[in-house]
Design a protein around this ligand. Structure first.
Ligand code: IFM
Length: 457
């Protein structure tokens, strides 16, 4: 077995990560309200194949068996999210007890199984009621989030190993409000940067609300990518620095008390007039930083015929010309999403975060890959590429620990194949294969490998 296993300490958190919308199903059960993803998935042409999250993995009913699966994997931790709309159907007002009871059952079941619950409060499923009032572009959403955070923390905080305020804020603000590919599907750049500020404010107010309600460690999960210049030309280096500010610095800098990076200056007119007064709230001390790592960005000064799209279109608006070098041109294997497999990027990014922000503790709160899995006639799924993906990324985690970086846990994305947002069910990330007709789950080869790796002594 792999030699680097011995680098991981005995108390290392080994888990899988999931999100409510992606696995729970039961979209209209026990008083749950409509979320922006319920609405978005009903809007024609938004989700591949017209899929919805109505049933997903039916984890709302199958949670007890899913906990057994985590035990079979040898996991001692589990990261899941609470659906805001189960707790406050419209995003405000009194909490619905039946919704909270689901999370009581889940948490108690995890604790009985010896699995530490890591709770994410917001994994993209904004109540539609709040979106109708402007969603993240409205400052009030940050205040409502703090109220919701208090309700949940008071109820479950004493049983949680950690509470994560928000998951991947750059993804839900920029894809949701600037690029329109995620719910709520808006394409308004200045609204998107308002959303950025309000998401950060929600985080800061949320930290205070959680601390008032319980003693659980508090943090946030940021999606981070190392940003590298294609060459050492100064134009390419400028492009890489700008991309880094957009995907990493825009959230991490203010959270760690450094204010907004200079890239954001052109967007500041979109911020509230007194936004600087919020920076202190946003920089509330946290106990850990979660990093979701999937890929790096390699960028360069745009070629003459380059069409700005996605993140580079946003940067172009800020007056910074950047072109992303297509993943397929970088000479490394690609996942089923076309994402470059670049484990060294995990090391680079975490080492950088450690050096720049010095968080007390770090967790890889997501890491994983999609591939077109095939269920063989003998019932096996031999996903050797995914197995290799985990092995290579864990090797980088081991290197970080050897170097003294306070990396305390690793959560594989994901326990189950699930609803992959705009891609519907077409992209499978699970350690377990899910037959969405029958809800049968089958352990993949990569899952068995991870189990053997974790339980190796
Ligand atoms: O499925 C998503 C998850 O919800 C957030 N991080 C990335 C994953 C894979 O795309």
């Amino acid at each position: 077995m792999t030699e680097f296993r011995s680098s991981f300490p005995k108390d290392f958190a080994w888990g899988t990560a999931t999100a409510a919308t992606q696995i729970e199903g039961a979209a209209f059960t026990d008083g749950k309200g409509l979320s922006i993803w319920d609405t978005f998935s009903r809007s024609k042409g938004r989700i591949l194949g017209g899929d919805t999250a109505d049933v997903a993995c039916d984890h709302y009913h199958l949670w007890a068996d899913d906990i057994k699966r985590m035990q079979q994997l040898g996991m001692n931790a589990y990261r899941f999210s609470v659906a805001w709309t189960r707790v406050q159907p419209s995003g405000r007002g009194r909490a619905v007890d039946r919704g909270l009871e689901f999370y009581d059952r889940l948490i108690d079941g995890l604790l009985e199984a010896g699995i530490a619950p890591w709770v994410t409060l917001y994994h993209w499923d904004l109540p539609q009621g709040l979106e109708d009032a402007g969603g993240w572009t409205n400052r009030d959403t940050a205040l409502r989030f703090a109220e919701y955070a208090h309700i949940v923390a008071e109820r479950i905080g004493s049983r949680a190993a950690g509470i994560i305020t928000l998951n991947e804020p750059w993804v839900f603000t920029l894809l949701g409000y600037a690029l329109g590919t995620h719910a709520p599907g808006k394409t308004d750049l200045s609204g998107a940067f308002k959303a950025v500020h309000h998401a950060l404010l929600a985080h800061g107010l949320g930290v205070a609300a959680i601390r008032e309600a319980c003693n659980a460690p508090v943090g946030i999960a940021l999606s981070m990518s190392s940003c590298e210049p294609a060459t050492d030309s100064s134009a390419d280096e400028r492009a890489a620095a700008a991309m880094d500010e957009l995907v990493n610095g825009m959230f991490a800098d203010p959270i760690f008390g450094r204010g907004y990076p200079s890239l954001l200056e052109p967007f500041m007119p979109a911020f509230p007039l007194d936004f600087e007064a919020d920076l202190k709230t946003i920089a509330a001390p946290i106990d850990f930083l979660g990093v979701n790592y999937y890929f790096r960005h390699v960028v360069r000064e745009p070629r003459a015929n380059a069409i700005p799209e996605g993140l580079s279109a946003i940067l172009r608006f800020a007056g910074i010309p950047v072109e992303v070098v297509p993943d397929a041109e970088r000479g490394h294997p690609l996942t089923g999403f076309g994402w470059e497999v670049y484990p060294q990027g995990l090391h680079n990014q975490i080492a950088r975060v450690h050096e720049r922000y010095k968080p007390t503790a770090l967790y890889i709160t997501e890491n994983g890959a999609t591939y077109p899995d095939i269920l063989e006639p003998d019932g096996s799924i031999r996903d050797l590429e995914r197995q290799r993906y985990f092995e290579l990324h864990l090797e980088q985690c081991a290197r970080l620990i050897d170097d003294g970086v306070p990396l305390r846990g690793y959560f594989a994305w994901s326990l189950l194949d699930n609803f992959e947002w705009a891609e519907g069910y077409s992209k499978r990330f699970g350690l377990y294969f899910v037959d969405f007709e029958t809800q049968a789950r089958t352990l993949k080869t990569s899952g068995a490998w991870l189990r053997d790796f974790i339980t190796q002594t």
